[in-house]
Design a binder for this molecule. Structure first.
Ligand code: IMP
Ligand code: MG
Length: 186
C-alpha cells in the first residue's frame, strides 16, 4: 500500500487483500469453466463497478466466451441506494437464446440486479446466472439468488477493486471499509 498512501488513509480497515481477491477470482473462474463446458456463454459486465473484477475473471475462464457491457446508475453521491435504477448504456447485441452470466461487483439491496435480470429475461436469454464478487445480504429488499459469489460481507460500505464512493477509490488494488468520516457519518 506504499504506492497509494493518499487513498489508503481514508480506509478504516482492509477487508480483502489483492492476493485474497486473486485467489477467489481464480477459483470462481475454474468453477464457471466446469459449469459451462461445451457452451459459449456471454459474460455481461455491469459498468462501472464490476470492470476490475470482470477483467480478472474472464481471464480465469477457459471457454470461448463473449463479452458485453451494460451500464446502469442508481446511487449518485451516496452510500445508500436511491432505489431507482436507470439504464445508462444498453447492450450492443442481441442475447436471444444465449447463456448469460451477469458479472456484478456487489449485491446490496438487489434492486440493480433485479432490474437487469428482468430486462434480460424480456430479451430472451436462454439461461441467466449472476456472478457477484461480494454479497451483502443484510440489506436485501429484492428477492434475488446469487449463483456465484466470492465473499459474503457485513453491512459496511466498501471501496476498491472497482468499487467506488462518489466515483473515487476504484483503482485501489485491495478492498477496504471506507471510514465513515469520509461520507460525514461520524
Ligand atoms: P443494489 O442495487 O442496492 O444491490 O446496489 C448495487 C450497486 O450499489 C452496486 O453495483 C454498487 O455499485 C453499489 N454498492 C452497493 N454497496 C456498495 C458498497 O459497499 N460500496 C460501493 N458500492 C456499493
Ligand atoms: Mg457503483
Amino acid at each position: 500500500m506504499e504506492n497509494q498512501r493518499n487513498l489508503y488513509k481514508d480506509l478504516e480497515s482492509i477487508l480483502y487483500t489483492r492476493q485474497q481477491l486473486a485467489q477467489a477470482v481464480r477459483e470462481l473462474g475454474e468453477r464457471i469453466t466446469r459449469d459451462y463446458q461445451g457452451k459459449r456463454p456471454v459474460l455481461l459486465c455491469i459498468l462501472k463497478g464490476a470492470s476490475v473484477f470482470f477483467s480478472d475473471l474472464i481471464r480465469e475462464i477457459d471457454l470461448p466466451l463473449e463479452v458485453e457491457f451494460i451500464a446502469v446508475s442508481s446511487y449518485g453521491a451516496s452510500t445508500k441506494s436511491s432505489g431507482e435504477v436507470r439504464l445508462v448504456k444498453d447492450l450492443d447485441r442481441s442475447i436471444l437464446g444465449r447463456d448469460v452470466i451477469i458479472v456484478e461487483d456487489i449485491v446490496d439491496s438487489g434492486m440493480t440486479l433485479n432490474y437487469i435480470k428482468n430486462l434480460l429475461i424480456s430479451r430472451g436469454a436462454a439461461s441467466l446466472r449472476i456472478a457477484a464478487l461480494l454479497d451483502k445480504p443484510a440489506r436485501r429488499v429484492a428477492p434475488l439468488s446469487v449463483d456465484y459469489s466470492c465473499f459474503l460481507i457485513p453491512d459496511a460500505f466498501v471501496v476498491g477493486y472497482g468499487l467506488d464512493y462518489n466515483e473515487v477509490y476504484r483503482n485501489l488494488p485491495d478492498i477496504g471499509v471506507l471510514s465513515p468520516s469520509v461520507y460525514g457519518e461520524s
